[in-house]
Ligand binder design. Structure first.
Ligand code: NZQ
Ligand code: ZN
Length: 386
């Protein structure tokens, strides 16, 4: 196992009715900015629950944050935070709202001239305004991590930054808040979380049995609960609770400790969202089988372990076992109603050339953190997904 340092002080308040505990965890003095998305919280009653929980506190609202939050939309929010001398940011929504708030929190305290620098250089963040979270869509793990993903509309760049300064002070995880989600968003969450685990697991053996068993358990739970969520006629509390807590655990920094991680599927997926607006999880379901196929020789050992412990596949013909595990992974996404080919979304060779050009111009050599998915693999990966 490699050396590591883990710091995760996020307070999790999990379960029914936990919104009422906001009162205990947000300072009673000072000014709050309550941030939300395109309006789901008005329809499902969450807005009123938050207003009640905030009580007599002084707050302003910043709504309308879109999926895959845009830098240009967030710039005015940074100015409002500075002008109104906001002390605390409350994010109520899915990954997009929470990531947007993390960016606002860091950018409001940023001393450089161009806040976009934060996206290319996480270490440029030296402090941030305190954040509290009420999660309404289990998927990204952002409620318990220091990551944020922001899109610059002008250039179609979708980039991430990561800093402990934006770790939320608390996150409220009430499975009942997910009942109003459309089914495709529940499924997106399951797939995103499953692939977060894969990005931190399916690389090379690191003599890390704790991380491996943790990862395999999460994948098995997401598989079972995801299938259940897809077939259930109405939301079931324990099903949603398991999905919610699995998604948080899938990306709260624990799994990546002491092991070699990948993240090339995410990097390529972000390109597809930036260029074509596809849902984040959908892009991952398209790309992942291509990365698995391209890395099947180098990552043989871990692929065989995955095949056995997640799909129950064993055999003396290792190549067939690996091929079958790739097919099973793809089938898992299809069985949840997600189409997994670029052509299913009318995306063709032109986009592949554009992505290659964009990655080349960024001066990237490797896409994976474990330095095996080379820029030269990208054409094969993408063309195999046409
Ligand atoms: O905007 P509203 O009206 O709230 O509607 C949202 C949005 O349209 C809706 N929604 C959320 N909760 C709901 C609800 N609708 C009904 N009932 C509810 N309870 O769902 C739609 C999608 O929301 P969004 O926040 O965009 O989804 P998600 O949570 O999947 O977040 C995706 C974003 O997170 C980034 C992605 O790249 C993408 O930008 N990620 C962030 C990560 C992180 N910070 O660690 C890691 C991930 O890999 C990912 O990259
Ligand atoms: Zn993701």
């Amino acid at each position: 196992m490699d050396n590591f340092e883990l710091y995760n002080p996020v307070r999790i308040l999990f379960g029914r009715g936990k919104i009422s505990e906001i009162d205990t965890h947000i300072p009673s003095k000072g000014k709050i900015m309550f941030c939300y998305g395109g309006g789901s919280i008005h329809k499902n009653g969450v807005y009123q629950q938050i207003v009640n929980a905030l009580g007599e506190r002084e707050y302003i609202e910043f709504g309308g944050i879109m999926p895959n939050p845009e830098y240009e939309f967030l710039l005015p929010a940074i100015e409002i935070v500075k002008k109104e001398k906001i002390d605390f940011l409350l994010a109520v929504g899915g990954g997009s709202v929470i990531d947007a708030v993390k960016f606002i929190a860091a950018a409001a305290n940023f001393e450089g001239s161009d806040p976009w620098t934060i996206l290319s250089e996480s270490s440029s963040v030296k402090s941030a305004i305190s954040i509290g979270v009420v999660l309404t869509l289990p998927a990204t793990g952002t409620e318990m991590n220091g990551n944020s993903v922001i899109t610059k509309k002008e250039t179609h760049d979708k980039l991430a930054f990561s800093t402990p300064f934006v770790l939320p002070k608390f996150s409220i995880l009430d499975p009942e808040l997910t009942y109003s989600l459309p089914q495709n968003q529940v499924i997106n969450g399951v797939i995103d979380a499953f692939i977060h685990v894969i990005e931190q697991y399916l690389t090379y053996p690191s003599d890390a049995p704790v991380q491996d068993a943790y990862a395999e358990s999460l994948m098995n739970i997401l598989k079972d609960e995801g299938q259940k969520a897809y077939t259930l006629e109405k939301p079931d509390y324990n099903n949603r609770a398991s999905i919610m807590w699995s998604a948080t655990n899938a990306l709260n920094h624990f799994l990546s400790m002491g092991v070699k991680t990948d993240w090339s599927t995410h990097l390529l997926g972000h390109e597809l969202t930036a260029l074509h607006g596809l849902d984040h999880a959908v892009t991952l379901a398209i790309i992942l089988p291509g990365v698995m196929e391209a890395m099947k020789e180098q990552r043989k050992e871990k692929l065989l372990q995955y095949a056995e412990n997640v799909w129950g596949l064993t055999g003396i013909d290792h190549n067939s076992v690996i091929e079958e595990s790739i097919l099973k992974t793809e089938q898992f996404f299809k069985d949840l109603g997600v189409k997994v080919r670029l052509s299913d979304y009318d995306i063709g060779q032109e986009t592949i050339e554009r992505i290659l050009e964009r990655l080349n111009s960024r001066g990237l050599t490797y896409l994976s953190r474990c330095s095996d998915v080379h820029l030269d693999h990208v054409r094969d990966i993408l063309e195999s997904r046409l």
